[in-house]
Write a protein that binds this ligand. Structure first.
Ligand code: AVJ
Length: 323
């Protein structure tokens, strides 16, 4: 193995360290949800967004398509647009298109994965008056870089769509928004997509679909450990669990061990023991109320300029103004 593979900034080393910490801790085992998105996980998530039970992404896109004109009216130009996580360009197209009606637009998607940036550029590259500059950084670092590019009088519009904010632990969402705010200047805005609280059965169906795509998405995290860290998880000995945590207002995904077993993660240099029925917590997806979002915004230095809520699937697009 090359010596350079051992430096701490090496992604494999970081993955191994996070997996080690999460699987060998006392109490509830956990793995960071960002690791769900390797190429296979990303492809499975794309399928999830098309499931009839998972209305979140379609609601997000519907709102942006229907209200993009109104949204950008609230953002006086000239404007630099930056997106935290480029996702699929489908939703962003509506906002960029609406802005284009009044001015040429510079769009800076921020994303850790170069592949995602490339796919974003190929999806949105055809909009004539938009110039795309991908930023391969962590969200806040990337945003700081973009903010430094602005010229006098230019405003920043930050997009954080798809309810990705819901994946932060409670409290961490506010810390993150405050950090974003600290990069902005009064008059800048943040368009924040948030999934809303709905009846429990509807939420559980969305995260435990009858086709088993979400189960595959979740179990793939163990498969990824096998592939990248030379682990020996037997995926058939674990099962997908989705539950609603009333205390935190979040859907949680776990993988549950069907029996007592020991798993080796050879590239991590450790083994982890699982009791029968023990779970590994792999993701939280917080479901907000409209009031909760407005409160969160105020506590982080924003004012809620407007909210748009989908009529088929409770989901809100929140336009927050930095004050
Ligand atoms: C991409 C974070 C919005 O939390 O609903 C979908 C990820 N997890 N099904 C979500 C996800 C299980 C999704 N986000």
């Amino acid at each position: 193995m090359a010596a350079s593979a051992n430096v701490l900034s090496d992604p494999v080393t970081q993955f191994a360290a996070d997996v080690h910490a999460g699987l060998c801790r006392k109490g509830q085992k956990e793995l960071p949800s960002k690791y769900l998105y390797d190429p296979l996980g990303f492809a499975l998530f794309e399928v999830i967004t098309q499931l009839p039970e998972y209305g979140l992404t379609r609601a997000d896109e519907r709102l942006l398509r229907r209200h993009a004109k109104e949204m950008v009216k609230n953002v006086p130009g000239p404007t630099l647009v930056s997106e935290l996580g480029s996702g699929s360009g489908r939703k962003t197209r509506w906002i960029l298109g609406a802005l284009c009606e009044r001015e040429p637009v510079s769009y800076y998607p921020i994303e850790l994965s170069r592949a995602a940036l490339a796919s974003c550029e190929s999806q949105l590259g055809d909009i004539g008056c938009v110039s795309i500059v991908g930023v391969e950084r962590e969200y806040v670092d990337g945003l700081r870089e973009v903010a430094a590019l602005r010229t006098d009088g230019a405003r920043l519009l930050v997009l954080f769509l798809g309810s990705t904010i819901g994946n932060f632990d409670s409290g961490a969402d506010a810390r993150f928004l405050s950090e974003v705010r600290s990069v902005l200047t009064p008059g800048d805005s943040l368009l924040l997509g948030t999934d809303l609280l709905k009846p429990i059965e509807r939420m559980l169906e969305a995260y435990d679909d009858p086709l088993g795509v979400t189960a595959a998405f979740n179990l793939n995290l163990l498969g990824r450990i096998n592939r990248e860290l030379d682990g020996n998880f037997d995926l058939r000995q674990f099962e997908h669990v989705a539950r609603f945590n009333e205390a935190t207002g979040s859907i949680e995904m776990h993988v549950r061990s069907k029996r007592r077993q020991v798993v080796n993660v050879r590239r991590g240099g450790f083994a982890a023991t699982f009791a029968a029925g023990e779970t590994v917590w792999t993701e939280s997806s917080h479901k907000y109320t409209r009031q909760e979002i407005a409160k969160l915004a105020v506590s982080c230095g924003f004012r809620t300029e407007a909210q748009w809520v989908d009529d088929e699937w409770p989901f809100a697009e929140n336009l927050l103004l930095a004050v």
